[in-house]
Structure formats: structure tokens, C-alpha cells
Ligand binder design. Sequence first.
Ligand code: ATP
Length: 423
Amino acid sequence: MDSTRCLTQLLKFSALKSRQLPGYGSMKLPGKFDNIVIAMSSGVDSSVAAAMFAGFPKAQGVYMQNWSASEANVGLGKERCHERDWKDVEKVASHLGLPVDRVNFEQDYWQDVFEPMLQGYQLGITPNPDIGCNKFIKFGRLRTYLDSKLGNDNYWLVTGHYAQVLPHISTGESHLLRAFYKPKDQSYYLSQIPRSVLPQLCLPMGALTKPEVRKMASEIELPTATKRDSQGICFVANSQHNKFKKFLQQYLPKQPGNIVTVGEEDGSTTVWGQHTGLWNYTIGQKIGISMPQGDPRYSGAWFVAQKLQSFNEIVICRGRDNPKLFANRLVVSGFEPLGDSVEMGNILEDNVSRREIFIQYRSLQEPIVVSDVSMQISGSLCLTLSEAQRAMAPGQYCTIYHKERILGSGIIKSTAQDGEQVQ
Ligand SMILES: Nc1ncnc2c1ncn2[C@@H]1O[C@H](COP(=O)(O)OP(=O)(O)OP(=O)(O)O)[C@@H](O)[C@H]1O
């Protein structure tokens, strides 16, 4: 089976003029005799990435098992996802004639990703375990393991992420950029990885579209060619909000508190019901609560406007487009630059007035133009957005881009509207 045709196709597609990014050279690829490690999840993207390098003499696959505790989506007769995925990885590897290892990072995942996520939910914020998994596991623990196995940085790491790493044309420095194929862009999830990985990180999917990848997979008859795309954490199927909340219930105790409205004029609080724990609710989420529908002040749908951790209270407001759900200013703390911090600061300062600085606070979101940036004494960044955004929640990662390039990311500490003080 000739899998090198996948690499040939990658070279063909990435050389297309329409896929070049101004100011950047072409994607750097591992040399024929380099150590190459392909992180294989069993999905079609990393399987095709593995096919591209399977013919190289020092290429190998690695599958990480990060979880084996309870699963929200195991039914009778259903296999646990990590066993199922490992079998698929083995099938792909044997189809390609590629050696593959299975490593167990459950403890690290639990300690560095899962527990902080639970703590975040308990604090009433909205954490993102996928960003933590990239930071601490795929580009953290896996690298420590590979450093000790192959020698520090003595290898290329290849993953199936949709994002690009390209050399800047004048400095040669590797930058992390959005994928060419925007409907699958995963750059947001990679915004916290260490910059030291960039020079030897290869993300072949960044230059391709998903239909092209699927076509390559079926042309070389990969066993996973028609496998469905995974959504979030495999053991929870967390795209399904209710399933995820149910899963969390196994780990987080109930913490009942009041659901309240706050009077416009006097700020007085009225209690309307009870919630089961702040972590069960997301800012902007519609809330099922019985209100006096006959009274025009209360009719219609109600939404979560605020989660007050110190009072264990949820403040609700009426109407999906209630101004209380919108903010155009935010404070981002713990900003981790994906490059030299002085250079990042200059890029921000020089380009904000040109409307070339953008943020994203969740995946696959239309980039939002930043109209002003300043730094607080605490070191946090204070950003003003050109347009107010709905349901920005503390705890979410805010990724800052200059055009297509990721400058870094931090955590949303607070949000405010014009006229309000940001904290
Ligand atoms: N358990 C795992 N073991 C090894 N690598 C993994 C694992 N999970 C994810 N990866 C790597 O991270 C990349 C992005 O992860 P993501 O969860 O988006 O992938 P996926 O949707 O499960 O599968 P794929 O991207 O391969 O189609 C994968 O393409 C793969 O390179």
C-alpha cells in the first residue's frame, strides 16, 4: 500500500498560491532520517498524518491513554472508548506498517487537566479541559516522555490538529497560525502550548480541508477512513450538554443556592427558586424557572446573567438579548505569550488601531476585533472590543490573534459594559 501519495498530495495542496499566507514560507517537514513521532488518536486526521510519514525509516506512532475511570457513554455491551480507540490505532498502524506505542498518562491527565477542571466548575467559572489537555498532556507529558526516550527535542512531533506552524519569511521563526480550512480551525485549543515546541511541530492538516483528508483516507483504504469525528472528551461525548452535566454530577457535590433577580432601581434581590450548584449552569444559558407569566414584567424566557460565587447565587435576567448578557470589555489574566513577551506587546500596540488584533473566547468563533488594549498594574490585559459580545464567561480562555497568528492566551477574569468599572 503506497501511503506516500498522502505526502505528495499534502505538498501539492500546500503549494497552492491560494493557501499561502503572506509573510510566511512553506510548512517545514521532517527530514527523511529524522525521528518522527505521530500522535495517533485513531481519528481520521491523525491516521492520515501517520500515513504521510509511515514510509520514513525513523517514524513511529504513539497512542496516549488518558482515562479509564467511569464513562458517561458506556452502555451495555459497549467497549470503553480507550480500548476501542487503541484497537483502531493498531489497525491503522498495521495497515501502514508503522510501529506504534501505547502510553498511559491517566495520572497526569487526572492531576493536571481533570482536577483543575472540577475545581474551576466548583468556583463557578467555565474551564476548558481541551486547552489543558494540549498544554499539559499532548505538548507537556508526552514531550517529557519522548525527550527521555529519543533525546531532548531530538524528534518531530506530528499531530492531526487543524492549525498551521509556518516559518516567518524574514526571521525564520516558527509561528502558530489558524488552519487554512476555517470550519475545522483548532488553533484556539493550541493557544497555551509552549513556544519551544513550534520549531519541530508538524501539523499537516493545517494546509488541507477535511473533505481532502477524508478522500486521502479512503484512497489508501485506511481502516478509520469513515470514522466519525470525535467531539470533545471521548469518555463523555461532551458536545451533549446534558450528558456532560450528568457526568460531572459523579464528581461534584450538590451545592444548592438561590436563583435571584436584582432590582433595576434599588438593587434589591428577589429569590425565585433554587439551583443545584453553580457548576450546573453556564452564563447565557436559558433557565427553566417558573415565573408569573401573566405579569408583563416576568413573561418570556429567563437566562443566567451572573454566577455569584461568594453568595452561591445565580442572577437571572429576562430575554436572550438582555443587555446584561453582553459586554465589550474584559480583563484577561495570566496571559501566556506564544513568543517573546516584549515583541508580543509591541505587536499588540502597533496593530490594534489598524483593527488587526482579534480575540476568540471559544472554539470556531468569528474573530472579534479588539479596539483598545492596555495593561493593568497587576499585569492583566484590559481589552475593549469593537462590538459587545454575548455570554463571555470568567474562566474561559481568551486567545489573542494578530491577523492569523496566535500571540498568546490568558483567562477571562471579569467582563464589563461601557460605563462599568472592569475589575
Ligand atoms: N489519545 C491520543 N493519543 C495520541 N494522540 C492523540 C490522542 N488524542 C488526540 N491526539 C492527537 O491530537 C490531535 C487532535 O486531537 P483531537 O481530539 O482533535 O483529535 P480526534 O478528533 O480525536 O482525532 P483526529 O484529529 O485524529 O481525527 C489528534 O489528531 C492526534 O494527533
